[in-house]
Design a binder for this molecule. Structure first.
Ligand code: NAP
Length: 230
């Protein structure tokens, strides 16, 4: 019998995070659907009720206390996280030299620190149990190999997220894998209506990494299930 895994997805109330959650729930995982707005995340969970086992929780990744509260809530319920999808993200700013400190801080807090806090909270127990999958939803804009394009704060935040991915992959042991994914340009509120990819296409590589078998890669950066350069 297959072990029923529990996945925690951040920024799951809409866009790619919602689709990843739907796909993981339909693969028989228990999905902790998290988002920063209670009404939005409860509505999203209601929308996925027929897809499988989903449980909403309010989690603002930019607030470390919120991550701690989530960990404590799960501990009290006796729940452990087997799969962590760091999907929450914001896309703001322009050239770095004219980006305000507030925007720079907000983008880094959400896209980088948010993932760092959730990894610190949920990865050590994965290592203890000897199983875990972490997928950091990054972007080609965070790749040195692709020129760190896009808004400066966003590119910086995703480059830092890539560095976090590689570093943590070196720190874990057992059947614990840490990878990053670029979903491509996807039709969401962030990607806009002109983007060529559907949310299903954007979610595909993320879901693949979240459900890798023991032979799968770790410490890599993937688009369309293929490794890409950092
Ligand atoms: P989206 O539709 O704008 O969704 C972003 C999600 O992140 C929303 O659920 C949003 O919640 C949530 N979020 C933002 N700040 C948060 C916080 N502090 N705490 C918790 N949740 C927060 O964007 P998307 O296109 O689905 O993007 C998902 C991921 O893919 C992001 O990391 C993005 O950088 C990456 N990505 C997207 C594209 C693309 O073309 N769409 C390309 C490359 C990478 P609210 O509803 O509360 O705002």
């Amino acid at each position: 019998m297959r072990t029923r895994r529990t996945a925690l997805v951040t920024g799951a109330n809409r866009g790619i995070g919602y689709e990843v959650s739907r796909a993981l729930a339909s693969e028989e995982m228990r999905v902790l659907l998290t988002g920063r707005d209670r009404t939005a995340i409860e509505a999203a969970a209601e929308g996925l009720r027929n897809e499988g086992d989903v449980l909403p929780f309010v989690l603002d990744v930019a607030d470390r206390r919120s991550v701690e509260a989530c960990r404590e809530w799960l501990r009290r319920r006796g729940e452990s996280v087997d799969v962590l999808v760091n999907n929450a993200g914001i896309y703001e700013g322009g050239p770095l030299l004219s980006t305000s400190p507030e925007v720079l801080r907000r983008v880094l807090e959400t896209n980088f620190w948010g993932a760092a806090w959730t990894c610190q909270a949920f990865l050590p127990p994965m290592v203890e149990r000897g199983y875990g999958r972490v997928v950091n939803v990054s972007s080609g804009y965070g790749a040195f190999a692709e020129g760190l394009q896009g808004p400066g704060a966003y590119a910086l935040s995703k480059a830092a997220l890539n560095a976090l991915t590689l570093r943590l992959a070196h720190e874990v042991s057992g059947d614990v894998k840490v990878n990053a994914a670029c979903p491509g340009w996807v039709r969401t509120r962030m990607g806009g209506s002109e983007a060529p990819r559907s949310v299903e296409e954007g979610a595909d590589t993320i879901v693949w990494l979240a459900t890798l078998g023991p032979e799968g890669p770790s410490g890599g950066f993937f688009r369309d299930r293929q490794p890409i350069e950092w």
